[in-house]
Ligand binder design. Sequence first.
Ligand SMILES: [Zn+2]
Length: 401
Amino acid sequence: MPVKDQKEITGHAVRAMYLYTGAADVAVNNGDTGYMNAMKTVWEDVIHRNMYITGGIGSSGSNEGFSQDFDLPNENAYCETCASVGMVFWNQRMNALTGESKYIDILERSLYNGALDGLSLSGDRFFYGNPLASIGRHARREWFGTACCPSNIARLVASLGDYIYGKSENGIWVNLFVGSSTNIKLGNTEIPTSIETNYPLDGKVKISMNPANKTKYALHIRIPSWTTNEPVAGNLYRYLTDYQSNITFTVNGKKVDYKTDKGYAIIEREWTAGDVVSFTLPMDVRKVVAREELKQNNERVALQRGPLVYCVEGVDNDGKAWDFILPDNAKFTETNQQVLTEPVVAIQTDATTFKPTTDGQALKPEKKRITAVPYYVWCNRGNTQMQVWLPRKVKDVMLNY
Ligand SMILES: [Zn+2]
């Protein structure tokens, strides 16, 4: 079907992402609204019906691509690394074409979760498929006969700098919060710009700008959708309980007013060398549930902190990640930990497991303190059980895995 007539995401996931990335580039060059309209429609089909919470796509291994709407199995997820890399490419184009932050929200999700999971912390082992649950039989490999994923994730990580900033004729856009420095030129004015942050370990962000001359322009800072009541763009996922946050922006320590448009906070003023914009994104642990059509996630909850999706891994939890339920009133403790050399904020909470009574005739509930870590670091400490979607009901507990 001609691209302009397409309304649904179908077929091979990676090829689709490359096709739409190319189509978006053509739309920019030719101002062709036919391509734009088709891609907006297909994008809606992806995020409302066909995307994992990790930003991964393409659930089916048989065609390396899409199957039915809402068919997103966890343990058997195909969810190829390259498809998440393609989501980054495509969503960057969509953002540049429309100026809408929702595309960067998805880009960030795919980048930090679905794509990054494809790469080991040591940088030399790779996942082709990225499951959201495992009974311990998954492991990253050194190489593949069809070695698209290793090279694709390598070039993505190497190109990270291309995704942080954007600019328009009279504006600077901060899309990702990554410690970095660059030189942005607006008109004839050079504006050295840098970001200092530990995000996503914490939510503090400091943007410094040093325009050569006093210059009036608008600074657009993305307000991630997960800081509003929308854990992910689209209606596949929602917070278990409503959530609102307020972000305060300061310039040189003084609170400033800002407009919002298309998901960005916009601070427009005459900027001078040494100006510093500061803000803190709320990094609370949030419980996310999926819409009912995602059967495998029914009566389950996923944990999210900032842009990171979490998982429970056997290696942190007495070898088992399937033997508990997470009560809806569970309270969380956040701790700084290391997974190998990777600093992470781990989440701990009291779950409930079940032990046989002494006569072996029944099961009795028992407290189990569990630890969750960011999804992207799983499977770096040996083959181990893992779950992203944690059971809320006893029927989904698997004691003998
Ligand atoms: Zn691949």
